[in-house]
Ligand binder design. Structure first.
Ligand code: COA
Length: 216
């Protein structure tokens, strides 16, 4: 790998900083290896399911997403424009346990969103038991460093509006809000101009027994 990113205190944190939560061992952020892929895929699928829970109509999930994630991240790992990082903590012997991952890639200039060529952060996920211990910060910093090495002048991320915790984490890490995505459902019969709310198909009220017969 081009460089490793030890899970040491980052800029601004003094030597008194200690890993909190349940992660007491030091961790290391490094490029993901082939053998990390099953763990990364489990985290990726969990991230997808989390988004689906935020808004099931906007964020799809399919059965067996782990397999797709393993395939895609394995492919991206070999793409020189992409960065796939794993945060690991030492286990018994030489065995390491994956506690988080980050994935991003260089995207070209996008005229539709007026976004210059830049790094795009796509996935960031830390095992729940390893959170609040600096792992997410180390992954974001390492992703930024790796994307900058690939020539990115900045990194852009998208965060679900239903995920204020992650928004707070990114804000602390120096990300500024730049775009708000809004979604509205359309029905097959079309889009009613000026409608304030999506039309929902409520079940018609049940007529009282015998009501239809009496009017004939
Ligand atoms: C978001 C996430 C990656 C953060 O990982 P983490 O390892 O807990 O982050 P860190 O420990 O490095 O915390 C970074 C900073 O954010 C703060 N922070 C962490 N979780 C927070 C939360 N839920 N609410 C508010 N602040 C939070 C920390 O206190 C820390 O601030 P500090 O440097 O002033 O102490 C992790 O919570 C996660 O995996 N969430 C689910 C997946 C997700 O939302 N991913 C982002 C989708 S784009």
């Amino acid at each position: 790998m081009a460089g490793s990113y030890p899970g040491r205190p980052l800029a601004g944190r003094g030597p008194a900083w200690k890993a909190g939560g349940m992660v007491t061992a030091p961790f290391l952020v490094r490029e993901a290896t082939e053998s990390d892929l099953p763990a990364l895929a489990r985290l990726g699928a969990r991230l997808a399911r989390m988004h689906h829970r935020f808004d099931p109509r906007r964020f799809f999930v399919v059965p067996g997403m782990e397999k797709g994630y393993a395939w895609w991240l394995g492919k991206e790992r070999k793409n020189r424009k992409a960065v796939v990082l794993a945060a690991v903590k030492p286990g018994r012997g030489a065995k390491e346990t994956v506690v988080g991952y980050a994935y991003g890639r260089i995207e070209p200039r996008d005229w539709n969103s007026l976004r210059e060529r830049c790094g795009v952060g796509i996935d960031l996920m830390v095992e729940p038991r390893a959170r609040r211990a600096g792992v997410g910060t180390a992954l974001v910093e390492a992703l930024g460093t790796a994307l900058a090495r690939r020539g990115a002048p900045r990194v852009v991320i998208q965060v679900a509006s239903g995920n204020p915790d992650a928004q707070a984490v990114f804000a602390r890490l120096g990300f500024r809000p730049t775009m708000v995505e809004m979604t509205r459902e359309l029905s097959a019969s079309g889009y009613r101009r000026g409608a304030r709310r999506p039309r929902t198909r409520a079940a018609p009220p049940r007529p009282p027994p015998g009501a239809g017969r009496a009017s004939r």
